[in-house]
Every structure is written in structure tokens, then in C-alpha cells.
Design a protein around this ligand. Structure first.
Ligand SMILES: [Zn+2]
Length: 326
């Protein structure tokens, strides 16, 4: 079973999904690119049926690709430590119930729910999501303000470990959403979950977006030696964001680190081989061949193969995600 384990749902709330999308400041500039990367327009985004159209696109992409399933990600609000939600600091929201419903309706989809552990109803929500078949829990510690090393989250993490629910956490810098606490981009934010026994996936393997951002690939690599249940994903590494450097690619595609990598696209982040080509990691021919693939999930998968990520990166998630084999 081949899985893309990093696919974002975006919605504006049409059809009662409960989603919202309010890009602010500079992130507003990115909105047309995000919708264009899934073959839609700003007009669709403003339309009365956007959420259904977007989900239908995703389904078509999975069915028309070499992949069998996609893990759809919910998107939680930032919260203060005391459990106060901070919706004004977020640019979008995707409720757990919506991704769980999509996964229940379509065997091509699995659901990654998102729960801030400081939420007053965090436990109840976790139980609801486990009962409804959640395959993972996704978060962006730096964007949502989650310090997993905080002892107050111990019980929540113990329940995740017991239920076999893996934690997929954004690591490395973030440039498309407002950041609450830049320090929480460090993969060491996963130390306590790993010690408690939660399987963790460091999205982007700690790589930085822009050349000036700190890069935590070394930290991530060091942690994989200590924690056998730590993985990283290669999402957004075939995008126009400078995450992928030649030295990083060598480490992620060869040696022991390669055995910890899971395939993910990060759709709707636009997929392109141009920077990989400019960095000497991809031939012009391969770059052009990928550019001709219209389906962005498949284009990303092909680019990853051409960049040297092996076949196991596509199937490994079946052993990591909760219930994937069912
Ligand atoms: Zn992502």
C-alpha cells in the first residue's frame, strides 16, 4: 500500500464543513498559488461549493496516481497554556470531524486529527477521534504554541502511546502561517513524546524553509539514533522553498536515515523540481518530465523517486499510521 501521508485539507466552510480560511498579511499573497496548485482558481475559492470541490479534487488525484491512499490533515487553532483559543492568530482551520468524515466516506483517505493538548476538552476530543478511526495526530508546535515537553501533557501523550496514535509534528521553520513560538520548530520538541513511547514523525525532517532559517536536520538525525520510533517525512521537499539542499538529500536517501523516511507531498504547497534542478539534484530532463505531469500528487511522487527516495518510503507509513493495515 502506497501512502502520501501529508495532504492538507483546505475549506471555507461551504456545505457546513466547519472549515475556515482567512489568510492574512503576506500569507494572502500565497492563496492564489495554493488553489492553482490543485487546478482551482481564486474564483473557486470564493465560490459557494469550494469545500466539496477541493475534496473531490483530492480524491481524483489519489485515484489517478500511483498512490493508494492519502492522509488528510485537520488543522487546529493556536491555544494559550491556560486553554484559551486564539483564532485571531490563525490563518485557517479544519475541524477533526470533517477529515474523519472524509476518511469514513472514502477508502482512499485516512484522517490525521489535530488537538491542542491545552484545550479544556483535549481528552474528550482525543477519545472521540480514536473511536472515529483517527490514523495520526497532526500539529505545528511553533504555529499552534504546543510544547510537548511540558509535563502537563503527560497524560495526553500516555493515552496516545497506549492507543498507538502517532504524532506528526511540523519541524523546521514555517513561512506560510503566523508563528507563535519559533523555538518550537526544533525537533527536540518531540523528546518527551518519544520517551513516553509515542511514535513520532518529524515533518520536513527539521529542514528550514529559507536559506537564513535555522536547519535542524542534524538534530533530527541525532534523535533517530536514540529513538527507533522516530520517523521523518519528505513533505514539501519538492517545492519552491529551499528546504532541500544537496547534502541533506544525500543523507535522507542513503544510509540509516533513509530507513526512517515517509513519503508525503504537503499538497497544496506547489510541487516543482526547479530548485532541485538548480541545486544539481535533478537533471533538466527529469525536471521537465515531472512538470508535464498534471496531477500534483503524482508529480510529487515522481519527483521524489527521481530525487532518490526509495520505494519503501511510499509503503513504510502503513506500519506507522494507526489502523492503516485494516
Ligand atoms: Zn504541511
Amino acid at each position: 500500500m502506497k501512502i502520501d501521508m501529508h495532504v492538507h485539507v483546505v475549506g471555507t466552510g461551504t456545505g457546513g464543513t466547519g472549515c475556515w480560511y482567512r489568510p492574512r498579511g503576506l500569507t494572502r499573497l500565497g492563496a492564489p498559488f495554493l488553489v492553482r496548485s490543485v487546478g482551482l482558481t481564486s474564483r473557486d475559492l470564493a465560490g459557494p461549493d469550494f469545500d466539496r470541490v477541493y475534496a473531490k479534487r483530492l480524491l481524483g488525484f489519489v485515484r489517478g496516481s500511483s498512490l493508494d491512499r492519502a492522509l488528510l490533515l485537520a488543522h487546529e487553532l493556536p491555544y494559550r497554556d491556560d486553554g484559551t483559543p486564539l483564532p485571531e492568530r490563525a490563518s485557517f482551520y479544519v475541524p477533526n470531524a470533517y477529515v474523519l468524515r472524509l476518511a469514513a466516506e472514502h477508502p482512499e483517505f485516512m484522517a490525521a486529527v489535530s488537538i491542542h493538548p491545552s484545550r479544556r476538552d483535549a481528552f474528550e476530543e482525543l477519545e472521540r477521534c480514536l473511536a472515529a478511526g483517527a490514523a495520526a495526530l497532526k500539529c505545528l508546535p511553533n504555529v499552534q504554541g504546543i510544547d510537548w515537553n511540558d509535563r502537563r501533557h503527560t497524560r495526553f501523550l500516555e493515552r496516545m502511546a497506549e492507543a498507538g496514535l502517532p504524532l506528526l509534528a511540523h519541524t523546521g521553520s514555517e513561512r506560510t502561517m503566523p508563528v507563535m513560538d519559533a523555538k518550537l520548530a526544533d525537533p527536540r520538541v518531540l523528546t518527551r513524546p518519544l520517551e513516553i513511547g509515542v511514535t513520532c514523525i518529524a515533518a520536513h525532517c527539521g529542514t528550514g524553509t529559507m536559506l537564513v532559517d535555522p536547519d535542524y536536520l542534524d538534530v533530527f538525525a541525532g534523535m533517530t539514533e536514540r529513538f527507533p520510533h522516530l520517523y521523518g517525512d519528505n513533505s514539501a521537499l519538492a517545492a519552491l522553498n529551499f528546504r532541500l539542499r544537496p547534502s541533506a538529500l544525500r543523507r535522507l536517501t542513503s544510509g540509516p536515515l533513509a530507513q526512517r523516511i515517509l513519503h508525503g507531498s504537503d499538497l497544496p504547497v506547489p510541487v516543482s523540481g526547479l530548485l532541485a534542478w538548480a541545486g544539481g539534484m535533478l537533471s533538466w530532463r527529469d525536471c521537465r518530465a515531472a512538470a508535464r505531469i498534471e496531477n500534483p500528487l503524482e508529480r510529487d511522487a515522481q519527483l521524489k523517486r527521481r530525487l532518490g527516495f526509495d520505494a519503501a518510503t511510499f509503503t513504510r507509513s502503513a506500519d506507522v499510521l494507526r489502523g492503516a493495515r485494516a
